[in-house]
Design a protein. Structure first.
Length: 397
């Protein structure tokens, strides 16, 4: 039997107009965010590119056991195995792993989840019928969902807290050769592998915990019956990061590191495996390009959505005749995309004038020249079509 219910709401044309006018502030806020985001992104991309170029020009590759003072304070590249002599132990479940860089505990809770499907129908006169179907099912999730926000919390109550939190425990002293990794560098080393749990590990649990814990698929199951879980039951598993070969680029300070600072920003790179300096810088440039285009796309979409929200009252007004509202809504959507596209390019061009003057000015001159040429051609065509007609041919003699 499906656990769901449907809610139907009727909204008058006047209430819809009022709500669309209230949403104008949201549209303005989206535009206020979009323009600075696009402008800032160009500066970020340029500064990152210059930092990488400057860094690649001065980086020095050294061995992981080379502690010669001549490279102290320099930007260095090295490869080696990140290792530790520590033993990490989970304080609750007693799971231990030796020489692990990190120990991670993940706790999933069996809980209710709500899904909503909505459909809208515009009526003659501008009113709207909103039909929403809410459905509920049970699922495992490492993130706790508050049932207080459900449309129908009755009968779908989730626990307010997890029995145990998710936790990642890093080793305190991780080294590569003769150097100690900083917390910032260690945070980038994440090749987690599962830790197989055994029945013997149940003996490490407290008396209260072992009475309600089972071993299921190499996980601790906290509850009565793993085959028929109840809301609030939990599954716990562990992963660790073993000694791992890494490559890094950072500023050497004694026998540790810190981010290297250029005139345009800071630099610190880390990759898994054995990578030479040229490859690491090439990958960093590709990453910078990817992020630049993703943020450009995000700024453009924010701007388009902002204009769409600002124009929405026109479509709602036209919904008095539903067909007209549908047509106008499609038109405002197209206009929003077009205006956002043009203004995004203009914003980026102005940013280039600040951060890439030659390129920015050249683009604006090119755009202006194209505009003038287009207007001139249009005027010539207009003059040719509206001028005096040619004289009639002479009659034959």
């Amino acid at each position: 039997m499906q656990d769901s219910f449907t809610e139907v709401q009727h909204r008058s044309w006047f209430s819809r107009v009022g709500q669309s006018l209230k949403n104008l502030l949201i549209g303005l806020l989206l535009l206020i965010i979009a323009f600075p985001l696009l402008f800032w992104n160009e500066g970020r991309a340029v500064h990152r590119s210059k930092t990488l170029k400057e860094g690649q020009g001065v980086v020095v590759t050294i061995a992981a056991n080379n502690t010669s003072p001549e490279h102290d304070g320099a930007l260095v590249h090295m490869t080696g195995t990140a290792t530790t002599e520590e033993t990490l132990t989970d304080s609750v479940f007693g799971v231990s792993v030796r020489s692990a860089l990190k120990l991670r505990r993940t706790v999933e809770v069996y809980q209710w989840q709500e899904h909503a499907e909505e459909s809208r129908t515009t009526k003659a006169g501008g009113g709207e019928e909103v039909t929403t179907t809410y459905s509920y099912d049970k699922a495992w999730s490492p993130t706790l969902t508050s049932s207080k926000q459900f449309k129908k919390p009755e009968g779908h109550t989730n626990p307010e807290r997890k029995p145990f939190p998710n936790q990642t425990q890093p080793a305190g002293n991780v080294t590569i050769g003769s150097y100690k990794l900083t917390d910032t560098l260690l945070a980038k080393v994440n090749p987690f592998t599962p830790i197989p749990l055994t029945e013997m590990m149940l003996e490490n649990l407290s008396t209260d915990l072992v009475a309600r814990t089972h071993l299921e698929d190499s996980r601790f199951y906290i509850g009565q019956n793993p085959s028929a879980p109840d809301i609030g039951d939990a599954r716990v598993w562990f992963e660790s990061v073993p000694p791992t070969e890494i490559s890094l680029v950072s500023k050497r300070i004694g026998t540790t590191f810190e981010p290297w600072t250029s005139r345009y920003g800071t630099l610190e790179l880390l990759q898994l495996g054995q990578q030479d300096a040229a490859t690491m810088f090439a990958d960093a440039r590709r990453s910078n390009t990817l992020w630049t285009w993703l943020i450009r796309l995000g700024g453009f979409l924010l701007m388009a959505l902002g204009f769409k929200v600002l124009l929405e009252p026109l479509a709602v007004l036209a919904d008095v005749i539903p067909f007209l509202g549908t047509v106008l809504r499609a038109g405002t959507g197209f206009v929003s995309l077009l205006v956002a596209f043009v203004l995004s390019i203009v914003t980026i061009a102005f940013a280039w004038i600040v951060y890439r003057p030659l390129l920015g000015i050249a683009l604006l001159v090119l755009a202006g020249g194209g505009w003038v040429a287009g207007m001139s051609a249009a005027k010539k065509r207009s003059a040719g079509s509206s001028g005096a007609p040619p004289p009639p041919p002479h009659p034959p003699s």
